[in-house]
Write a protein that binds this ligand. Structure first.
Ligand SMILES: [Fe+2]
Length: 327
């Protein structure tokens, strides 16, 4: 009898803990935090201030994202960079794919700000499932078309009309007088294959430079920002000429433990060291955002959604970003 009682008590305790953690996670997923980063460079002639959002995954803050938009307006960015994975697109079960909120966000942001976007693996997969290979991709995809994905891909593509999709081109985000240049690369799915069991597909700095449309003569002395959804190719990106690489994809490790860091990425990699924050690399810098939304494993613990505010200043002494600030 006592054993049954202790067993029931254990089951009840575990259930209570799971419910408690689920409640904490649900609350945290709605608590958008601002991370501020500041970089100085001799290439920068005047101050710039912009926002980086990634891995939105159809998450909204407030009705039609009014809360997110209000906070973005309050920060008065010069422009906005989107790091991909706005949508949710599963490997199978196209009926569960979602794009509508992303389209609404693209249009709302595009109405008020210059917005630049590089695609993430979820958008790549959406277009792949729609059978649109060759439209944005440099790889062959043998999978057959899915009518539902085609509809959703078409809707998302219409949303892209509100922003500037970066693919095989380098742009000057503030016009011809800008001391910045900006590239983005939309990598085919083969560069996102799960890593616990397979090596990452090699991608040389020269290939990356071509895929991102870097000019042959580099960025002509401009400070070069590179939108690269997955941080797995961070070194290659810096060696290809980037001063600042902006990534996401790893969702901050889902659950963050003190002293240990992120527990698991959406790709089911455990205890990956570089899942969020600032990482100096070979004279350049990598910022990995925790992202804004979730998918499939809808959990965030000690890992709140992130809006990244990046300030670039003319050179003086090196100044690094610091911790979180509640908005
Ligand atoms: Fe991703």
């Amino acid at each position: 009898m006592a054993k049954i009682f202790i067993g029931a008590l254990n089951i009840f305790s575990v259930l209570a803990l799971v419910i408690f953690l689920k409640k904490c996670s649900d609350g945290e997923r709605n608590q958008l935090r601002l991370e501020s980063y500041c970089f100085r460079s001799g290439k920068i002639k005047r101050a710039h201030r912009f926002l980086f959002l990634t891995d939105v995954h159809e998450k909204e803050f407030g009705e039609k994202n009014e809360e997110l938009l209000r906070r973005i307006r309050a920060l008065r960015p010069d422009f906005i960079l989107l790091g991909g994975d706005l949508v949710v697109c599963h490997k199978r079960r196209s009926e569960r794919d979602r794009v509508r909120k992303s389209v609404r966000l693209l249009r709302a942001l595009g109405r008020e700000f210059p917005v630049y976007l590089a695609l993430g693996n979820h958008e790549e997969r959406l277009f792949e499932k729609a059978g649109w290979r060759g439209r944005y991709f440099r790889a062959e995809y043998p999978r057959k078309e899915h009518a539902k994905s085609r509809e959703k891909a078409a809707l998302f593509e219409r949303g892209l009309g509100a922003v500037r999709l970066l693919d095989k081109e380098t742009v000057l985000p503030e016009g011809g007088l800008s001391d910045l240049s900006l590239s983005g690369v939309s990598l085919p799915m083969e560069y996102y294959r799960p890593l616990p069991f397979r090596k990452k597909k090699p991608l040389s700095p020269a290939e990356l430079r071509r895929a991102a449309g870097f000019p042959e003569d580099g960025a002509k002395g401009r400070y070069h920002i590179f939108l690269l959804h997955t941080p797995l190719y961070d070194e290659e990106a810096v060696r290809s000429g980037a001063d600042l690489v902006l990534s996401g994809h790893l969702h901050g490790g889902t659950i963050r433990l003190p002293l240990i860091g992120g527990v698991m990425t959406p790709q089911y990699r455990l205890f990956v060291k570089k899942v969020s924050g600032l990482f100096p690399i070979r004279g350049g810098n990598l910022v990995i955002s925790r992202g804004i939304g979730t998918h499939t494993v809808n959990i965030r613990l000690n890992n709140p959604p992130e809006l990244s505010l990046i300030t670039l200043l003319p050179e003086r002494e090196e100044e690094r970003g610091n911790g979180e600030t509640a908005l």
